[in-house]
Design a protein around this ligand. Sequence first.
Ligand SMILES: O=C1O[C@H](COP(=O)(O)O)[C@@H](O)[C@H](O)[C@H]1O
Length: 356
Amino acid sequence: MTVTVKNEFIGFVGTYTKGESEGIYSFLFDADKGEIRDVKPAAQLDNPTYLTISKDNRYLYSVIKKGDYGGVAGFSIDAESGGRLDPINSQLQDGASPCHVSVNSQISNVLTANYHKGTVESYLINGESGFINPTASIVKHEGSGPNKERQEKSHLHFAGFTPDEKFVAAIDLGADNVMTYKVHDGKLTEVNRLSVKPGSGPRHIAFHPNGKYAYVMTEMSSEVIALKYNNAEGSFTELQYISTIPEDFSENNQGSAIHISSDGGFVYAGNRGHDSIAVFKVNQESGHLEMVVITSTEGEWPRDFVLDPTENFLVASNQNSGNLVLFSRDKSTGKLELLQSNVSVPDPVCVKFLHA
Ligand SMILES: O=C1O[C@H](COP(=O)(O)O)[C@@H](O)[C@H](O)[C@H]1O
């Protein structure tokens, strides 16, 4: 008897709901055919921009806006139905919603970063039910940078656990800082602060799987900063700045997301304006990057992107043109090749897959 195993994965898309979007969308990705299909609404809520999925695929946590409140919402994932999301609960605070959310591997702690408030919020999670408890800790950053329009105060853009989960890394675009915190019972205590190039606007970070290096995408200077990471102290030292756009590109560009392949071989960095993804090869000895190629995202304003669970593909979300774009990925060269660019999703921000 021949048993056929389907090479099919469920993905979710976070969106802004200021236009036509209804909330979070799900889709199926067929890795044999190299095709995204069956895009459909999975949960109705306002501005579920950023999403994260627990390691065991039971829960999805999303940014949420509700009237004048913003916070985090939890859902249990019904993979059998192709990705139905059943609400668990949400925790809301007065004011703007966060822009980033992450969960630790134990599913005991969710973190959010709030760009508008300049805060990092930490919530304890009940691992049995996925229930989000009220905030265990809120840290307000104080700072500013030389860019008067964008850096008048702290703007937190990312908060996530380091690979060994000993520390939390938080990125402050407004104050040009990469911060590390210790977390105990959900309470955050600062342990380190790295000041990066004034005006660069650091946005997101991706750690090398070897735990020795990390890569920060800057929004305003459109660069990747390669960092050496000291995992005993939770501290960083700068190794290299490398541009993500061609030297002769003089129009507006804002760096977006950054991700690294799980073999640590390639770093991918998003360009909004140049509308592309820059591919870098990682020198595994030194942690330095070398540009491979810059590939068009076939749409406008790639806010984020993700490697699929096989890492043979990459899906980018073009926020302003409202399309997901599927590329195949060569694991030996890191290069991307366009497969599909017409997958419509209104105002997409990020795409996340269930873990393999
Ligand atoms: O990348 C960006 O993020 C900030 C924060 O997102 P938000 O959903 O909390 O507003 C956004 O304001 C900015 O326009 C965008 O470039």
